[in-house]
Design a protein around this ligand. Structure first.
Ligand code: AMP
Ligand code: GLY
Length: 444
């Protein structure tokens, strides 16, 4: 079997690695891939004309899949999904994992996803949606007259992580609303907004396999919980990033909280998807805020999380290609996950300056022998492979988030220890990482 994975980050490296482990798989093409996916066993990078979200790029991928007899395509990021890549592939009879364009609105439009949550009674923060700037401004003014709680402002469309602002005061809310709705700082994505109550708690990511097709009972099978660490600096300080590291499972996500999630988030979401007649055969990410045993849904993402996937993949004691089959054939009820015992700690190394401006093009040195002793996996996010390199690894930095180390351990402390010993075997100019992913250093 030949597979196609679409995307170029650490998530796609982890997915390609895991899919390639299956004995059924001969080749995994990664489009466009990165310096890690290009050299992974059984994997090969595939250049894409334009971008993977563009019509040109999607058409090229579709043609490639048809001509090469690709048995299955797995889509990593949201942009191709919201642009309708699944519809395009299915129209040509090609098997692809992901929601169709209509169902992808669960991530592509916050106004749509909030109204969906409310319609089907999904536990979530109270909110109002606005397409008129003056009305949104009036609502924000009223909010700050009545309470000193922050107001969460969410741009409707995809904004690459820049669409959510937690306004502490009215002035900040007014500036944000003007930028999003009047000045068009986010383009079409900011023309409408959701204004939402601020929630406190700890964030948890529950990723899941979904098989919902119109006219049949659907199924959502949740993975074990994971946690991203979004802030750039230790102690959850500093600006938001694409993720500075992840862990799985999450020790503070109790069985009672998981039960609350299933009853008040997962089940009503499934009912809603069925009743809306959605075609959703893919992965779904529930972004939760958890306080004690009470879960609220912050967002749906219509894909796997990055870097959560890098923390989950080493715990998967099952064939991911078979899970994909079960999603597509509607047989998730017969699929049972097997998760390895123990824990994974997966810190990410970034370029100094990230998430602001940073330099690229530095050689990455890797002490393979020291790294191997940790048993960890190296997943590349933003690095490319060069011919005739100065360093043995052949890798050069090419992005803000450069790489991640995913270490399995018998418990969170063991995983932490192995992950950071792994990090210690890698270096590049300006390399930076948080040391408190998961349990933090044992001496703290
Ligand atoms: P979202 O894209 O909706 O997940 O929002 C991005 C981030 O903003 C989340 O991961 C949270 O850290 C934060 N956030 C979103 N909504 C809320 C909320 N209602 N209360 C507190 N923090 C929030
Ligand atoms: N880790 C958050 C995301 O994938 O959007």
């Amino acid at each position: 079997m030949k597979l196609l994975v679409i995307g170029s980050g650490g998530r796609e490296h982890a997915l390609a690695w895991k899919l390639a482990q299956s004995e059924r798989i001969k080749r995994v093409y990664v489009a466009p891939g990165n310096g890690g996916t290009g050299t992974e066993s059984k994997c090969e990078n595939l250049p894409v004309p334009g971008t993977i979200g563009s019509v040109e790029g999607q058409q090229a991928l579709c043609t490639f899949a048809r001509q090469q007899g690709i048995a299955l395509t797995v889509v990593g990021p949201e942009a191709p999904l919201t642009a309708g890549i699944v519809d395009r592939f299915r129209a040509e009879g090609l098997a692809i994992i992901g929601p169709d364009k209509n169902a992808a609105r669960l991530e592509g439009s916050k106004v749509f996803s909030k109204s969906f949550m409310e319609k089907y009674g999904v536990s979530t923060a109270q909110s109002r949606s606005f397409a008129e700037y003056t009305q949104a401004l009036a609502y924000a003014a009223e909010h700050f007259k009545q309470t000193d709680q922050p107001l969460v402002i969410k741009a409707d469309g995809l904004a690459g992580g820049k669409g959510v602002i937690i306004a502490q005061q009215y002035a900040e809310a007014a500036i944000t609303l003007a930028a999003f709705m009047k000045e068009g700082s986010l383009g079409a994505a900011g023309k409408a907004v959701v204004l939402e109550a601020f929630l406190v708690g700890r964030e948890v990511s529950v990723l899941a396999a979904v098989s919902v097709v119109p006219g049949k009972p659907g199924r959502i099978l949740p993975f074990i919980a994971a946690r991203d660490h979004k802030r750039r600096f230790e102690g959850d300080q500093g600006p938001n990033t694409g993720g500075m590291g992840a862990i799985a499972p999450v020790p503070d996500f109790s069985e009672a909280a998981a039960e609350h999630f299933r009853r008040f988030i997962l089940e009503p979401s499934l009912r809603g998807m069925e009743q809306e007649g959605m075609d959703y055969r893919g992965f779904l990410f529930f972004g939760l805020m958890v306080q004690d045993t009470f879960c609220s849904l912050l967002e749906y993402n219509v894909r796997l999380g990055d870097p959560e996937t890098q923390a989950l993949v080493p715990l998967m004691d099952f064939d991911l290609t078979q899970l994909c089959d079960a999603i597509l054939t509607g047989t998730l009820q017969d699929f049972s996950f097997r998760w390895k015992a123990g824990a994974v700690c997966a810190p990410v190394a970034v370029a100094t300056g990230y998430p602001g401006s940073y330099q690229t093009g530095y050689p990455i040195s890797l002490d393979q022998e020291r790294f191997s002793q940790t048993g960890a996996l190296l997943f590349i996010a933003g690095a490319e492979k060069k011919q005739n390199p100065e360093e043995d690894s052949g890798l050069y930095t090419a992005g803000g988030r450069v790489l991640g180390v995913s270490a399995w351990g018998k418990d969170p402390e063991d995983a932490w220890e192995r992950a950071y010993r792994g990090m210690g075997a890698i270096s590049f100019e300006g390399m930076a990482f948080r040391t408190d992913i998961g349990c933090g250093p044992p001496h703290l």
